[in-house]
Design a protein around this ligand. Structure first.
Ligand SMILES: N[C@@H](CCC(=O)N[C@@H](CS)C(=O)NCC(=O)O)C(=O)O
Length: 224
């Protein structure tokens, strides 16, 4: 079986980061296809995405050439294809919570996304904090604290060992760093654990080497 993952700009594409980190951290072989964001026509589009997905967004997973699009569907597909990798927690109760926090990440936190776009190489301490984004941050911290307390005994991650839930929250960790969000100790420790994952380090190192400037994701900087 051949897996190909179509991603966008590493510095900005939070959705691309999730399945890439999942596949890499789980040591599942895949071929990467990187497309770049294009703002020349006004709005933002992914140049060349029409070859891979009618939905027009990254990421896309190609399984023997057949597209699977949308991050949650991609991660569920990977978990189903590689059951031995235990990408969801094994305990049914923990698994139900893991699925819920991933679904919540997938469908919510619009204020946090809007005010604090992922920008791994950027540093904008204090920017993006407002009433709504603060509420989202509090909710993220509550999720992390609850998972760590209830299910995190066997390791430093949300459910102890690495799962899809950590891949889903990795871009939030990067946002908290870029905007220097103040966090309680349990959340700070979790951020450190995520940033220490080899796959996260690899993604971030490559993101810092990118030079494209995407205005839509840079509300606090000017194109040079
Ligand atoms: N719900 C989708 C969201 C994907 C998404 O919004 N991707 C952005 C990049 S991070 C994108 O492709 N934007 C281009 C566009 O909207 O045309 C998912 O979970 O994969």
């Amino acid at each position: 079986m051949k897996l190909q993952l179509v991603i966008g700009n590493r510095n900005y594409s939070s959705w691309s980061m999730r399945p890439w980190v999942l596949l890499r951290e789980a040591r599942i072989p895949f071929e990467e296809v990187q497309l770049k964001f294009d703002e020349t026509g006004g709005g933002l589009r992914v140049a060349g995405i029409e070859r891979y997905s009618a939905a027009g967004k990254v990421p896309v997973l190609l399984v023997d050439g057949e597209p699977v699009w949308d991050t949650l569907a991609i991660c569920e597909t990977v978990a189903e294809l590689y059951p031995a990798k235990q990408l969801w927690p094994q305990d049914p109760k923990a698994r139900r919570v893991a699925r819920s926090v991933c679904a919540e990440m997938h469908s919510s936190f619009q204020a946090l996304r809007g005010a604090m776009p992922m920008n791994i190489r950027g540093r904008h301490p204090g920017k993006g904090l407002n009433e709504k984004s603060s509420k989202d941050i509090q909710r993220v911290v509550a999720i992390w604290s609850d998972c760590r307390a209830r299910f995190g005994k066997d390791g430093p991650l949300l459910f102890g060992a690495f799962t899809i839930a950590d891949a889903f929250y990795a871009p939030v960790v990067m946002r908290f760093q870029t905007y220097a969000v103040e966090l309680p100790a349990v959340a700070r420790a979790y951020c450190e654990a995520v940033q220490a994952l080899p796959a996260v380090r690899e993604w971030c190192d490559a993101a810092r080497r990118e030079t494209e400037f995407v205005a839509e994701d840079e509300p606090y900087a000017q194109r040079k």
